[in-house]
Design a protein around this ligand. Structure first.
Ligand SMILES: Nc1ncnc2c1ncn2[C@@H]1O[C@H](COP(=O)(O)OP(=O)(O)OP(=O)(O)O)[C@@H](O)[C@H]1O
Ligand SMILES: [Mg+2]
Length: 289
């Protein structure tokens, strides 16, 4: 049984100085096997999808071969990368329901270099109920992804805002978890339950799962409030908090409307630089190759 200290044990940040930058990562000569990362918070609207898209695009820009898995029936990740999930005949749902289906039949390329995606649509909302009676129902996504891990450097799973069976599948398939927290008053509400869930998964299903980091999103440097919340988050999670903080800016919803990562929609914007820095930090911490 692991205690919460071990559960959240992640590599130390190379610096505690928020102004320090991280080196540009060296290009990779060979690709795979992928490190699998789940983007999880059962609270809605905290920046899971935005972070999956833009961290994914930034790692891709550093030459990492990325597979992004849309694991939310809303399909926001798919839409945000220019894919209309409702036009697709098969999606991640079919991979969960049919173990003989080849993931390559579902993986689609995007307009962006090094980014493939397994899309989702509303079909996925039925999966949770349909899988309840399955044998080894928590390991289904893990088995699907194992068929393609050799082809990617990082597989990023964008979870839905719930701690149900789909999220348990993502945490069972993952090597690491990133927890985005919106920098507002109730940010920490519910995080204890999330940490407890992660500990249960470590205990019963996936002993090597680690928390890669807590990501503060929608930070507003003009308000004292944001600073106070940041102080509380750092008190609670110490060096598990990424040095990189994502500011609140309307450029993110604008980029979603344009169905592009912000790094391609507005590459010079501070929001783009923030996600590129997060990618450098993740690599520097050993959370990605
Ligand atoms: N840093 C930011 N600044 C301003 N708006 C943001 C930022 N990050 C995300 N948003 C916007 O906030 C909304 C919620 O973000 P997002 O969809 O990424 O959250 P989520 O955690 O995936 O939500 P859900 O739980 O519903 O899946 C979106 O409209 C998005 O464009
Ligand atoms: Mg989302």
């Amino acid at each position: 049984m692991m205690n919460s200290q071990q559960a959240l044990d992640i590599p130390k940040s190379t610096s505690t100085d928020p102004e320090q930058d991280f080196d540009d990562p060296a290009p990779l000569d060979t690709h795979g096997p992928a490190r699998v990362i789940a983007m999880v918070n059962q609270k809605g609207g905290v920046g899971k999808t935005t972070s999956s898209i833009n961290l994914g695009a930034s790692l891709a820009a550093y030459g990492r071969k990325m597979l992004l898995v849309d694991f939310d029936p809303q399909g926001a990740l798919s839409v945000g990368l220019g894919i209309n999930p409702y036009e697709l005949e098969i999606s991640v749902y079919n991979l969960l329901m049919n173990s003989r289906l080849d993931p390559h039949e579902v993986i689609v390329g995007t307009d962006f270099d090094n980014i493939d995606i397994i899309p989702a649509n509303i079909d996925l909302s039925a999966a949770e109920v349909q899988l309840v009676g399955e044998v080894a129902r928590e390991q289904i996504l893990s088995r699907v992804l194992s068929k393609v891990t050799d082809e990617y450097d990082v597989i990023l799973i964008d979870c839905q805002p719930s701690l149900g069976l789909l999220t348990v599948n993502a945490l069972t398939a993952a090597h690491g978890v990133i927890i985005p927290l919106e920098t507002e008053f109730f940010a920490l509400r519910g995080v204890a339950l999330l940490v407890e869930t992660i500990e249960k998964i470590q205990d019963r299903l996936n002993p090597s799962l680690v928390v890669d980091g807590i990501l503060a999103t929608m930070y507003d440097s003009r308000t004292l409030h944001s600073k106070e919340v940041m102080t509380r988050v750092t008190e609670a999670f110490d060096d598990k908090v990424f040095d990189t903080v994502i500011n609140r800016t309307v450029k993110f919803p604008d980029a979603s409307v344009a169905a592009e990562p912000i790094t391609s929609f507005a590459p010079k914007h501070a929001g783009s630089e923030a996600y590129r820095r997060l990618a450098r930090e993740l690599i520097a911490r050993g959370g990605a190759p």
